[in-house]
Design a protein. Sequence first.
Length: 226
Amino acid sequence: MRLLVIDTALGACTAAVFDDDRALAVRFEPMTKGHQERLGGLVRDVMAEAGVPFDSLDRIGVTVGPGSFTGLRVGLAFAQGLGAALDRPVVGVSTLAALSADLDEPVPAVAALIDARRGQLYVRIRQGDAVVVMDQALSIAAAAQRIAELSPEVALVGNGAAVLIDACPDLAFARRDDRIAPTPHTLARLSAAADPAAAPPRPLYLRAPDATPPSRLPGQPRQPTP
């Protein structure tokens, strides 16, 4: 299967072309903002380096979050637009699922952690092949409690690991990997294995947005306080 993978959900902008599990071209640029300006150029570059036409792609994979609200929507919009233009399936990959599958060496349990700010972490915990905590937003204390149940065999992966350890320095764990984004190879593997019907390219939001609509229209008087 020949596929293009895209990730703009976290601290990097990724575009890569794979033929089955063989990387034909990879671009991975760390960045916290500016994904919209870079993504198109990265996709153009990897397709040119791979030496394959766009219509040779069988599938497009894209991260759906959780992550930066603006960043993940950049990747989703680009992937969906390209998929529609090429008439190719687009599959969504959870950022937490990709992080939890990212370690090179096997460990009994993996906790994928993303800094959600406001005293929370986005969390997914895998024990062996079973997901024991599905993607959700937890307080730092609640996340630490769940991870403590698996200590010291659990590995911590993602930019939320530092947040957890700073808050809970006595927490025991097997390994720590502060990677800023999933690897392209893991994204390709999960994208190739995904069922398009069960993995739609829709944003995964684990809590309500920080911004809320205004309670009144411009020019309307404020409601009196009861």
